[in-house]
Each structure stands twice: as structure tokens, then as C-alpha cells.
Design a binder for this molecule. Structure first.
Ligand SMILES: Cc1cc2nc3c(=O)[nH]c(=O)nc-3n(C[C@H](O)[C@H](O)[C@H](O)COP(=O)(O)OP(=O)(O)OC[C@H]3O[C@@H](n4cnc5c(N)ncnc54)[C@H](O)[C@@H]3O)c2cc1C
Length: 466
């Protein structure tokens, strides 16, 4: 394995479960890729460098099959998965229970439940279908036909089903996770893919931070005999000898460098055509107190979406998709220490926040990001003890897969959803090389399913060739 992100570790576990001997080469000093926890600001303040909230981790069919809890992984659920403050000083709070959510959304409650209930109530079947390459013959055709009816709609079209501006704003925040413009095909389905697990499995955080997911995966891998070699960047597969097969938890651009001499000309051309998505501008905070939200109900949720109305979030995402920087960017914020005191010294807090920017952006968004927090929490800046600002280049410097700050392993639009990174998916033009990062189906998120499927395909090939 090259790379020890959640997909690399998942692939390694699948191979080791089948009795193969596996070594994982990791460039950084700590395994985990975008699933690491680091003291980024002050001693004792534990910050998630990349991912922080795990609907797809808790709902992953593969992770659920592993004894991760016995290796220390503990999910913590905030009382509500998500809150979305508005300018009138109130907040829309998404309740985890779908009936409670429906009641809280008033006149839109029925429309919200109608949209999500069939999938939330059948999460295991649904997750198995959507967390893999697009199936030609789904195992649950009725459920998937129902999803397909919404799959190509934009977030804007789906939001028209809601009468209240508050519910439209709530859905805009969900859909904006996609990095698509909210009038783009599929942006609605990707919003649904955030909202469905909120009701099915919640949006939990791991006690101790993201690293505890990685530590549990590494510990399980080690019980199966697999080894992780940190501080071991692989610059070319030619420099690593003695292995029958390589699975690469890297994005297409890196694969081109790693395996340059081993890939066919036409396959390399297709990898070169792969498109990266927008980047993130991220800030981690050490705070002296919880965020002073105007709407105190925001204190019930580990995740808070800052961007105001549907129209405003749509304008922010449209600007970013057309290479501009929004004056009022949509900000995703997590406040884990409210629910997990191990993240900060007594009485103190950590906060994680980012906004979307064009790929490779060098514009300083700190003022605009903080203005969005102050807008809904006046006095926020007075609570800041220290901050760590990470530009897209800084993010890539700490995890080579975050090309230009792209946290999704490449744009997830219709074409790159179907052909990710090419029509071969995990296979390459070389029989002994596979790609298994989030640049393969089902794409971004901490679920390990890219690695799981890639390793299963590699295993099937071993079996055929023996
Ligand atoms: C800021 C941010 C916020 C996010 N928020 C969330 C969230 O809240 N919830 C969620 O589910 N997902 C979130 N994500 C996305 C999620 O973290 C990724 O989709 C996921 O980590 C992808 O896993 P991966 O294994 O494909 O790659 P990565 O996690 O990026 O791991 C790749 C690994 O490969 C290593 N590597 C690369 N090249 C080489 C080489 N040549 N030699 C050796 N090692 C190499 C890297 O160092 C890295 O450790 C977020 C990501 C970021 C960055």
C-alpha cells in the first residue's frame, strides 16, 4: 500500500484479512492522511487536521464490520447533528430523529420526511448501494429507482419543495458540502447524501479526535499482521521492490508520477484529464470559552453551517465554482470540545472551520471567514486564544492527496461520479497496480469504501491468476 489514509488502511485490512502480507508506506510521520489529530495551536488543544464529523464513518458498511470499538473508537453524538443560524437571531436545528426533525420544521416537515425517510429507514441497504461504483443492476431496485428520481436534480430544484426560507437554507448547507454550484446537476442528491445519514446514523465525532479512527484501523491491521511504515514517502514504485501488487491511496496526478513507466500511454492521458475541485481555506482555533452564539440552540450541535439564506449560500458556491472568492463565504464549523472535553484543557475549547475557495487559491480569507462567525456570534474574536490558518498549499503540504487544497480527491460532478478516475475505476492499465483513494468510487468522505472495493477487486484477480 502507498498511503495510510482511511482508504489505504481499509484496503490493507481487506488484503490482510485474506491472509496476504501487507506493508503500508506512509509519507508523513503519523498515519491517517486527512484523519489525523494534531496540536495545531497551543499545547493541550487537539485539532482535527482534516475531517472532523463522521456520518459516513459511523454508517460505513466496511467500518461496521470491523471491531474498531474494541480498539478504542467511541462515537459521540451531540444532541442535534447540525445547526444553521440565521440573521433573525434564531437557528434551524436539524434533529437526529426524523419525526422530531419533521415536527421542528413545521409546515415543511412532511416534505423533508418524504424526501429522506425511504433511504434513512433502509440505511444498510441504501449505503451498500451508494457507497460503491454505480451499480447497473442494484440489489434493491425499488429503493434505488426512488433515489434515481432525485439523483440528477440540483439543490435549487429540491429546495423549491420547501415553503419556508429556513428549510431551504438548511438544505443549501447540506448541498454545499458537494463543492458544486447549487444549480448544478447532482448537487441535490449530494445534499440528500448528507441529510440521510444525519437521520439514519447521526453525525458523530470520535472521542479524542479523528486520530482515534486511524489508531483503531492501524491496531486492527496490526492484529492481522499488516505493518505501517511512517515517514516513508514513495516517489516511484520502481524504488519499492519485493511486492506482488501495489494499491495506491493517491490521486491521479500522484499515480502518474509513482507509476509513470508502468502505465499505458492512453491510460496516462485519461489520468491527465482528471479534474481537481475547489480547495479549502481552513482555520483551527483555541478558545477561552464556547462560541457566544446569538442563537443559543447552536450549542446543541457539533456542526454549524454559516452562510445565512439559500440564495446567499448559492451565491457563495457559484462564485467559488467560477474561480472567484465570495465576500460572504459559506463556512463549515465544528465545535467538538463542547461534547468531548478531551479535546482541550478544562473550560477551554477547540473549533475547526473552513470555507471553499478556488483550487490553489492564495487569497487570505481569514477576515471573511471570521466575519461570518461574528455575524452569528458577536464577540467570537474575543474568545480566541490562538489560531492556525491553513491555505490550500498548507493543506497539501501536510497531505499530498489534497491537491490545491481539494479535499474530495477531485470534482464530483456527473462525469467524475460515473468514471472515477476513469472507466476502469480501481484498476489501472498495469495488472499489478490499483488506485484506491477518494479519487475512486464512491468518492470523498471517511468510510473506507474506496479501499475496500479496490482490495476486493485485487483479491479477485489474485484468485483468478492462481
Ligand atoms: C479539511 C478537511 C475536512 C474534511 N471533513 C470531512 C468530514 O468532516 N467528514 C468526512 O467524512 N470527510 C471529511 N473530509 C474528507 C476525508 O477526510 C477524505 O475524503 C478522506 O480522508 C480520503 O481518504 P483517502 O484515504 O482517500 O486519502 P487521505 O486521507 O488524504 O490519505 C492519503 C494518504 O496517503 C499519503 N500519501 C500520499 N502520497 C504518498 C506517497 N507518495 N508515499 C507515501 N504516502 C503517500 C498521504 O500522506 C496520506 O496520509 C475532509 C477532508 C479535509 C482535508
Amino acid at each position: 500500500m502507498v498511503g495510510s489514509g482511511p482508504n489505504g488502511l481499509s484496503a490493507a485490512i481487506v488484503l490482510a484479512q485474506a491472509g496476504h502480507s501487507v506493508d503500508v508506506f506512509e509519507a508523513e510521520a503519523t498515519p491517517g492522511g486527512a484523519v489525523r489529530t494534531i496540536e495545531l495551536t497551543l499545547p493541550g488543544f487537539l485539532h482535527d487536521f482534516g475531517s472532523a464529523v463522521y456520518p459516513l464513518g459511523a454508517g460505513s458498511p466496511f467500518f461496521s464490520s470491523l471491531p474498531l470499538q474494541s480498539h478504542g473508537l467511541e462515537w459521540i453524538h451531540s444532541p442535534a447533528p447540525m445547526a444553521h443560524p440565521l440573521d433573525d437571531g434564531t437557528a434551524v436545528v436539524l434533529e437526529r430523529d426524523l419525526d422530531d426533525a419533521s415536527r421542528a420544521l413545521g409546515t415543511d416537515g412532511q416534505a423533508w420526511a418524504n424526501l429522506l425517510r425511504p433511504f434513512a429507514e433502509n440505511w444498510s441497504d441504501f449505503a451498500a448501494e451508494v457507497l460503491r461504483p454505480m451499480p447497473i443492476f442494484p440489489k434493491n431496485p425499488v429503493l434505488m429507482a426512488r433515489f434515481a428520481a432525485n439523483a440528477f436534480l440540483s439543490a435549487q430544484t429540491i429546495a423549491y419543495r420547501f415553503r419556508r426560507e429556513r428549510t431551504r437554507a438548511l438544505f443549501a448547507g447540506m448541498a454545499a458540502h458537494s463543492f458544486l454550484s447549487l444549480d448544478e446537476v447532482m448537487s441535490g442528491a449530494l445534499g440528500m447524501l448528507m441529510a440521510i445519514p444525519a437521520h439514519a446514523v447521526g453525525w458523530p465525532i470520535p472521542r479524542g479526535g479523528a486520530q482515534s479512527i486511524t489508531s483503531a484501523l492501524c491496531a486492527h491491521l496490526s492484529t492481522l499482521g499488516g505493518k505501517v511504515r511512517t515517514s516513508s514517502r514513495v516517489d516511484s514504485l520502481d524504488t519499492v521492490s519485493g511486492y506482488e501488487t501495489f494499491l495506491c491511496d493517491v490521486t491521479p496526478r500522484q499515480l502518474l508520477t509513482l507509476a509513470r513507466n508502468r502505465l499505458s500511454h492512453s491510460y496516462k492521458q485519461r489520468l491527465q484529464a482528471f479534474r481537481y475541485g475547489p480547495g479549502v481555506f481552513k482555520v483551527d482555533y483555541a478558545l477561552s470559552a464556547p462560541i457566544p452564539w446569538k442563537a443559543s440552540e447552536c450549542l446543541r450541535a457539533a456542526t454549524v453551517h454559516l452562510g445565512g439564506s439559500f440564495d446567499e449560500i448559492a451565491a457563495s458556491e457559484k462564485a467559488m465554482r467560477s474561480g472567484k472568492h465570495a465576500d460572504r463565504p459559506f463556512v463549515l464549523l465544528a465545535q467538538p470540545s463542547l461534547f468531548d472535553p478531551s479535546r482541550a484543557p478544562d473550560g477551554k475549547h477547540t473549533v475547526w472551520a473552513y470555507c471553499h475557495v478556488p483550487n490553489g487559491s492564495t487569497i487570505d480569507m481569514l477576515g471573511r471567514l471570521e466575519a461570518q462567525v461574528e455575524r452569528f456570534a458577536p464577540g467570537f474574536r474575543d474568545c480566541v486564544l490562538a489560531r492556525r490558518v491553513s491555505s490550500p498549499a498548507d493543506m497539501e503540504g501536510m497531505d499530498a492527496n489534497l491537491v490545491g487544497g481539494d479535499i474530495s480527491g477531485g470534482v464530483i460532478d456527473l462525469r467524475q461520479f460515473l468514471f472515477r478516475p476513469t472507466s476502469r475505476h480501481y484498476c489501472t492499465s498495469a495488472k499489478d497496480i490499483y488506485i484506491c483513494s477518494s479519487s475512486t468510487p464512491p468518492g470523498a468522505g471517511v468510510h473506507g469504501m474506496c479501499g475496500y472495493h479496490a482490495a476486493r477487486i485485487a483479491l479477485a484477480r489474485f484468485t483468478r491468476n492462481r
